[in-house]
Design a protein around this ligand. Structure first.
Ligand SMILES: C[S@@+](CC[C@H](N)C(=O)[O-])C[C@H]1O[C@@H](n2cnc3c(N)ncnc32)[C@H](O)[C@@H]1O
Length: 427
């Protein structure tokens, strides 16, 4: 989907500027490796860094997902920290910022191509059990299961960790693409019976084409890094910023810039990151992906109302409460978590440092939730001033512009009214 034109701007302190990046490729460098729900387009992170991080040496992304802002930091020589509760997101982010030796990588890809062509990949005993996917044959055809199994076991024999990661991300996409699931959705819906009859994916071919595509992206990434004075360090963790930030990892007042895109809402009614990741994560033997959606922002139900000092947020929540108490409490639980996370993130940003939050203002029960203003107030409560808010139309990323609020396939509603980039500065 191509980005559309900017919205008309009428709010005070909301900047006119072109953040649509119409026609720009969002899959350059290692950004090409793997799709991810609600992926930030790299140009946003890049432009924020160029505008506000020219002297930065450390970036932090508290919801790093597939690592877009981490990659953009490294191509500017900036050290990057990221955290995400989704193990598949962490694997992708690690792969995108890993630095395998190019020659060895090319040799390994050539070996894969040769052995796959001659059907010499790992020899099998019995067909596998994939923990986390009890009904394997519902999601994969038997011939697909066998080939995926062979590839996975072959990848396990790779000694070099960075090369192994490179193969794992290509494998993860191959799992998704060769599965019986519809590819136009991030949620898991099986192909209808008619479509299934003709579904006969070339699993080795898919894997190989991803390896070669990713290799091209990786070579361009390395060419940029080669021109930098020093290689940036990247650390990817799994802590939950709602609960706190381990100071031994990221000390208070140490981060120059935070660039992030938090979830748009709780995963039950917006993006089900765990569901998206389930098949790949299970094949890759990562932590049980089932559990992820119950841990993300807004997943802990709340029984009573909580007050927020952002008046537009409180008013919007009250309107929802009048229509639907349960939905309002879900919404409150999301903003309670976002506020707690913001307070913790604020502590690690140094004086004069910047927070750039890319947020979506979604609609619940017909009421627009002003997340941009909420984030602004959350940071103001922690000693930050508002620099500006850029408003842009929904970009080149797949997200629930139209969502299924009841989680029923085919029942859609417009849920997103715009995207905002809120820039705050610590004073
Ligand atoms: C909008 S996505 C980020 C996408 C990312 N900017 C990218 O370009 O790939 C939001 C991410 O927040 C993560 N997340 C949600 N709640 C979290 C929490 N409490 N702590 C850490 N990560 C969380 C989700 O797993 C998801 O990967």
């Amino acid at each position: 989907m191509q980005p559309r034109q900017l919205f008309l701007i009428d709010e005070q302190q909301t900047s006119f500027d072109d953040w649509t990046f119409n026609g720009a490729s969002t899959r350059e460098l290692t950004h090409v490796y793997h799709d991810y729900p609600a992926r930030m387009i790299p140009q946003i992170a890049g432009k924020l860094l160029d505008l506000y991080g020219s002297k930065a040496t450390t970036l932090f992304d508290p919801f790093c997902g597939s690592g877009t802002s981490l990659v953009e930091a490294t191509v500017r020589g900036i050290n990057a920290f990221g955290t995400d509760l989704n193990p598949l997101a962490r694997l992708i982010a690690k792969a995108k910022t890993a630095l395998p030796d190019i020659k060895q990588l090319e040799e390994q890809i050539a070996l894969f191509d040769r052995q796959a062509l001659e059907d010499q990949l790992h020899q099998l005993g019995e067909l596998p059990v994939v923990y986390g996917i009890p009904n394997l044959e519902f999601w994969f055809k038997p011939q697909v299961v066998e080939k995926l199994w062979r590839i996975r076991e072959w990848i396990k024999t790779i000694q070099d960790q960075a090369i192994q990661l490179f193969f794992q991300v290509a494998f993860s996409e191959t799992v998704r693409e060769s599965s019986n699931t519809r590819k136009d959705e991030f949620k898991l819906y099986r192909y209808p019976p008619e479509r299934l009859k003709t579904h006969d994916p070339n699993v080795y071919g898919m894997m190989s084409s991803k390896l070669h595509r990713n290799l091209q992206g990786y070579k361009k990434y390395r060419a940029i890094l080669a021109n930098l004075k020093q290689t940036a360090r990247v650390t990817i963790c799994d802590f939950n910023t709602v609960e706190g930030i381990p100071t031994e990892l990221i000390p208070e007042n140490s981060v120059d810039i935070v660039i992030t895109s938090p979830p748009y809402g709780d995963s039950g009614t917006t993006v089900a990151y765990g569901q998206f990741s389930r098949l790949s994560a299970a094949w890759l033997e990562l932590e049980d992906p089932h559990k992820i959606d119950r841990k993300l922002l807004g997943s802990n139900p709340i029984q009573t109302k909580v007050e927020f000092s952002s008046r537009p947020l409180s008013e919007a929540i009250e309107q929802i409460y009048q229509k639907d108490h349960k939905r309002a409490l879900q919404v409150i639980s999301f903003y309670r978590d976002l506020r707690a996370s913001t307070a913790n993130v604020a502590k690690v940003i140094r004086k004069g440092g910047i927070a750039g939050y890319v947020v979506g203002n979604r609609k619940v029960r017909g009421v627009v939730l002003p997340t941009d203003q909420a984030v602004q107030t959350f940071f103001e409560e922690c000693g930050f001033v508002h620099v500006t808010t850029y408003r842009r139309n929904i970009p080149n990323k797949r997200m629930p512009l139209k969502n299924s609020p009841t989680n029923v396939a085919g029942v859609l509603d417009h849920t997103m009214t715009g995207e905002y980039i809120v820039v705050m500065k610590r004073v």
